[in-house]
Design a protein around this ligand. Structure first.
Ligand code: MG
Length: 382
């Protein structure tokens, strides 16, 4: 029988998350949820024991119920202790098993391949500890903050989890720990009291989330969609994407009726989870009478920027029977991309007729569809 023990009782002070870091999210997912998945999915793991802090109990129970029910795998919660070692011992005592995999709750990028390597190595050699070669130069530091070079990097490695042992052996090793010991992992205990633990090839992706910047990680992308249509009428200018296009008719509307820019604005607003242009620029407000829609687009961009978003790219299709729009597309792209703070290559505008079909085909109106991709970059300057 194989049991996974997840150490999740820590406070994670260095992570500055105002709560247990395993309950924080990375890219919209709870860290512990990600950590549990490989153990839930791997058929060789029979049960999971999570060492939790008392203050997190309710949240942990809710998470376990939500995440684990579809996997039909027994999960136990045990109270952790004041240190990681105490938490692990509590969990070890709650297990009746042959092999244990002890894993940090804040290591959410474990692969099933690494998990399998650890189990295989333990069956063969009695223990398994994943390691990756040290990448940075390593050195001790003197009390006065100066470096004491001299470590041979080729002999150094970073030690990861899951660390895998026979249950009876690691429990025996922990029973021998004395007050002067100060272990930061289970392999240290095993290596001192049983035998030097056996290493397996770790995985650089299997990183332990430790600092605040580890949680801010990544760029968040959101897509949005917009659509608009306006009626063609005599006595109005035809404005598309802020460019005046010679035509005997123009579009009817409260503003300049720039159908393309309106569709783009709705695409951008919807990507940011904001309301549509009618909400921000109501056609009952005289302020917006005959206003250039580029001015409104500028305001949409600043609404997005207030939420931390920038535009990645956008695309739109204009549906018009007449006039021929292709000669104006470059100018339209130039104008719109400037207002959207993107390079012209990141704005795609296509034009189509409707082959005489429907009211666009009958030249009664012009329509536009648009999509936008916006992003929030949390990786720097936090
Ligand atoms: Mg409109």
């Amino acid at each position: 029988m194989i049991t996974a023990i997840i150490a999740a009782a820590g406070k994670g002070v260095k992570a500055k998350q105002n709560k247990n870091k395993v309950l924080s999210s990375v890219n919209g997912k709870t860290v512990l949820e990600m950590t549990l998945l490989p153990f839930l999915k791997n058929e060789r793991v029979d049960e999971i024991i999570i060492a939790i802090g008392r203050t997190d109990e309710e949240e942990m129970k809710e998470l376990v119920n939500r995440v684990c029910t579809r996997y039909f795998k027994p999960i136990k919660l045990v109270y952790g202790g004041g240190t990681r070692s105490e938490s692990v011992v509590n969990a070890l005592k709650a297990a009746q098993t042959d092999i244990v995999l002890i894993h940090d709750g804040a290591r959410p990028y474990l692969t099933e391949e690494l998990l399998d390597r650890c189990i295989d190595c333990t069956i063969k050699y009695g223990s398994a500890v994943p390691t990756v070669p040290a990448v940075d130069t390593m050195s001790r530091v003197y009390d006065d903050g100066r470096l004491a070079y001299g470590e041979d990097r080729s002999r150094l490695c970073s030690v990861q989890t899951p660390q895998c042992f026979f249950h009876s052996q690691i429990l025996k090793a922990y029973s021998m720990v004395c007050e002067t010991d100060n272990f930061t992992d289970d392999a240290g205990v095993y290596s001192k009291y049983i035998e030097p633990a056996k290493t397996v090839e770790g995985d650089v992706r299997n990183k332990k989330l430790t600092f605040k910047s580890d949680f801010d990680g990544g760029v968040l992308y959101n897509t949005g969609i917009g659509f608009d249509m306006h009626k063609l009428t005599e006595g109005r200018k035809l404005i598309l994407g802020g460019v005046q296009i010679p035509h005997e008719k123009g579009l009817l509307g409260h503003s300049d009726a720039d159908v393309l820019t309106h569709a783009l604005m709705d695409a951008l607003l919807s990507a940011a989870g904001l309301k549509d242009i009618g909400h921000y620029f109501p056609d009952t407000d005289d302020k917006y009478k005959d206003i250039s829609s580029l001015t409104l687009l500028e305001q949409v961009i600043s609404l997005l920027e207030q939420k931390g978003y920038s535009v990645h790219n956008a695309a739109a299709v204009i549906m018009a029977e007449k006039p021929k729009l292709a000669p104006y597309v470059d100018k339209i792209i130039h104008k719109l991309s400037q207002v959207m703070h993107i390079s012209p290559e990141n704005l795609g505008i296509t034009c189509t007729t409707l082959e005489g079909l429907g009211f666009i085909g009958r030249e009664e109106g012009i329509g536009a569809h648009a999509t936008a991709l916006i992003y929030k970059d949390d990786t720097v300057n936090n």
